[in-house]
Write a protein that binds this ligand. Structure first.
Ligand code: AMP
Length: 284
């Protein structure tokens, strides 16, 4: 496994691989790797000849009062883990390598980015879309792997891939959870042990809504209420939003038919903000 810091170097490796007709699978991450990231790496390993993982805590996707400075970082542990899973290249650029002097070009995906995470975190998806565009343009992967934990991010990336004409297939990997149901997240390490066990309420609330749906409830606001009641039963949890939306365009739904519906939540425990979601009527 080779660790690479320069854009030019990873671009030239990738160019060579393409010339040799070897497929490149790419997994972008912000590091502090856990089993959720590893699920993406394993999928990439299965589906591609060469696996490239990037680790970059992208300042452009953090708001001024967000957790950029205290976001967990551990490159030594990350590199050891990635070597274990037979990753070929790890791209770890410094901030200046990506956002050099005078950098001023950003990618903005309209519509999809204005609700949910986009409404709560202004500028977040502009940062995400910009870094993904830069990384895709540099690596030019055949396949890129993203987690459905960040469901809105998946929608934004699929849209920009299509709109900007990247020749990259987006592969979505299901959310990996702790035994308690809590979705694995690098931010979980910022929770106190008590909050970490209380945060299991998030998935329990989503499952309660899914169960009601399976039992015939089709009214979106009723399902949102079920999630809200369950979350409110945990005093340590502060709800940021609960949304019941179409999974394709993220527009709110009232009555659920046979289309895929996303129930997405953002919840705070102290200063740690966690997101999770569940999909109803999943097609595949
Ligand atoms: P991050 O390092 O948080 O930016 O995440 C990098 C990638 O890993 C994104 O595509 C995430 O959706 C994905 N990911 C994060 N947590 C999980 C999880 N628990 N299960 C599956 N994928 C995840």
């Amino acid at each position: 496994m080779e660790i690479i810091n320069r854009k030019q170097r990873i671009a030239s490796i990738s160019r060579k691989l393409r010339r040799e007709s070897r497929t490149v699978g790419f997994v972008p991450t912000m590091g502090a790797l856990h089993e959720g990231h590893i699920a993406l790496v394993k999928k990439a390993r299965q589906m591609s000849d060469v696996v490239i993982v990037s680790i970059f805590v992208n300042p452009a996707q953090f708001g001024p009062n967000e957790d950029f400075d205290r976001y967990p970082r551990d490159l030594t542990a990350d590199a050891a883990l990635l070597a274990e899973y037979e990753v070929d290249y790890v791209f770890v650029p410094e901030t200046e390598e990506i956002y050099g002097p005078g950098f001023s070009t950003y990618v903005y995906v309209e519509g999809l980015t204005e609700t949910l995470e986009g409404a709560s975190r202004p500028g977040h998806f502009r940062g995400v879309a910009t870094i993904v565009t830069i990384l895709f343009n540099t690596v030019r992967p055949d396949l890129a792997f993203f987690g459905s934990k960040d469901a809105q991010q998946v929608g934004v990336i699929k849209r920009l891939t299509r709109d900007l004409g990247f020749d990259t297939e987006i592969v979505v990997v299901p959310t990996v959870r702790e035994e308690s149901g809590l979705a694995l997240s690098s931010r979980n390490s910022l929770l106190s042990p008590e909050d970490r066990s209380k945060a299991a309420i998030i998935y329990a609330a989503l499952v309660a809504a899914k169960t009601a749906f399976k039992n015939g409830e089709r009214n979106a606001s009723e399902l949102a209420q079920i999630v809200e009641d369950k979350l409110r039963s945990e005093p340590a949890a502060t709800i940021d939003y609960i949304a019941v939306v179409n999974n394709d365009d993220l527009e709110p739904v009232e009555k659920i038919d046979d289309r895929e519906v996303l129930i997405a939540v953002a919840v705070r425990f102290g200063s740690v903000r966690l997101i999770d979601n569940i999909i109803l009527n999943r097609k595949q």
